[in-house]
Write a protein that binds this ligand. Structure first.
Ligand code: LLP
Length: 414
């Protein structure tokens, strides 16, 4: 459930008329709903309420400071993949003691920063990284808390670009090598082995792959226990899908119940790293129709938002619902909704039935995750403004970029 609903043919974001927000702030525009973000975070937190747990929101999905700050205020932890994301979490008032650091390519400088800030855990992805982390911790005279990211080799059944748990992917340590890697981690004096983690992919709409991964991870944790290696937390990663269209992904409570049943009596804290499930349906992307045109019998709606603003359709052929901000009762037509960027791959949606005229506004739903966070300045297009609504209130949480900002830091030859 989200808080973007029609009231008498006008699309509302909570209690704000989306057309009025677009008139005030301009387009293209991202609009987030505070109530939806909070609701989704609570869905995870309450699903595991009785069991020791930490919800580490995956910052990469939407790293706007206001979003991070709202989650931090609710007590959220954060899953980060760079020093930049860590700096954002701190700037947003997040608690470094609730941060897990994922990613295959952490630099020594990023490790140092995270150690100095005292993060909860490093999710280490290779033996080479273990050695370097040990060295960096030694240099600081401190101990690095570690979890090993194990690749459980399960097929997440999602888009190949966002499937990460197969053994041919670049992520994690192969299950066959896991025990040797833990043995090595135990030997390294500046590491403290705390956990095990996995992340098998994103936008999963079935529970089966999660449970397969869980079974393999628990079997590993039991084998480690027999060797005297105590694992105190299991981080199951993110990946829970959302309904973009007709998908019916498991709800957080169903997912959590199935995990807890498998954990049974084990003394194991659970960590989740949800990104999309919290942010995707808490945001819309609003764009104005510039022109309608027909080429060789095909109708195009040319809008002011483009692949630089929202790249998921172009990059993954992702389908996101496109709805009118004001509903009209005229006869609809079928359009490709395309942006001004000079690439055939620049589209927000194909073959959409819409009743529109030039000047109308469209909303691309489910844009709160991997929307603005993946935007760029391609074609020298300033990035969109971001707005957060809270009931009838609305706040600019990121100003629209201006042109001078786009070449700031560039210089001419003497
Ligand atoms: N943890 C790790 C280690 C991850 O790699 C990811 C996402 C997450 C958590 C969060 O996953 P989520 O709950 O959001 O599925 N740009 C793509 C998605 C890439 C996901 C990358 N990793 C998209 O727009 O679909």
């Amino acid at each position: 459930m989200d808080h973007f609903q029609y009231q008498e043919k006008h699309l509302f974001a909570e209690e704000c008329d989306v057309a009025e927000l677009a008139a005030q702030y301009g387009t293209p525009l991202y609009i987030y709903s505070r109530a939806t973000l909070e609701r989704h975070w609570h869905a995870f937190d309450s699903a595991v309420a009785e069991h020791p747990h930490l919800i580490c929101y995956a910052v990469k999905a939407n790293s706007n400071l206001a979003v991070l700050n709202l989650l931090a205020r609710m007590g959220s932890g954060f899953d980060i993949v760079s020093g930049g994301e860590l700096a954002r979490v701190i700037a947003a008032g997040g608690d470094p003691a609730k941060v897990v650091f994922s990613g295959v390519g952490k630099t020594p400088a990023e490790m140092k920063m995270a150690l100095e800030l005292g993060i909860y855990c490093f999710n280490v992805e290779s033996l080479a990284e273990l050695e370097i982390l040990n060295d960096v911790a030694a240099g600081l005279g401190t101990i690095a808390p570690v979890s090993l990211r194990i690749n459980p080799d399960v097929d997440a059944g999602t888009h190949p670009y966002i499937s990460t748990g197969l053994k041919e992917n670049k992520f994690g340590i192969a299950m066959d090598d896991a025990e040797a890697a833990y043995t090595r981690a135990m030997e390294l004096p500046y590491l403290e082995v705390k956990g095990a983690d996995c992340h098998i992919g994103s936008q999963l709409t079935e529970i089966r792959p999660f449970l397969d991964a869980m079974d393999r991870m628990l079997a590993l944790i039991d084998r480690l226990a027999e060797r005297g290696i105590k694992i105190s937390h299991l981080d199951v990663g993110g990946g829970l899908g959302v309904p973009y269209d007709q998908e019916t992904p498991p709800q957080p409570f169903e997912y959590a119940a199935a995990l807890l049943e498998r954990i049974g009596e084990r003394d194991l804290k659970l960590i989740f790293e949800p990104g999309r499930a919290i942010a995707a349906n808490a945001g819309i992307f609003v764009t104005e129709v510039l022109f309608l045109k027909e080429n060789a019998g095909k109708n195009f709606a040319i809008v002011d938002g483009a692949m630089n603003d929202l790249i998921r359709p172009s990059l993954y052929s992702a389908w996101q619902q496109i709805v009118p901000v004001r509903q009209h009762s005229r006869e609809p037509k079928v359009y490709d909704v395309v942006g001004p960027v000079c690439e055939t791959g620049d589209f927000l949606g194909k073959e959409r039935e819409l009743t529109i005229r030039a000047g109308d506004l469209l909303a691309v739903r489910s844009s709160g995750a991997y929307g603005f966070a993946m935007s760029s300045n391609y074609n020298t297009r300033p990035r969109a403004a971001e707005i957060m609504v809270d009931g009838a209130q609305h706040y600019v949480v990121r100003e629209r970029e201006n042109l001078q900002q786009l070449w700031q830091g560039e210089s001419l030859l003497p």
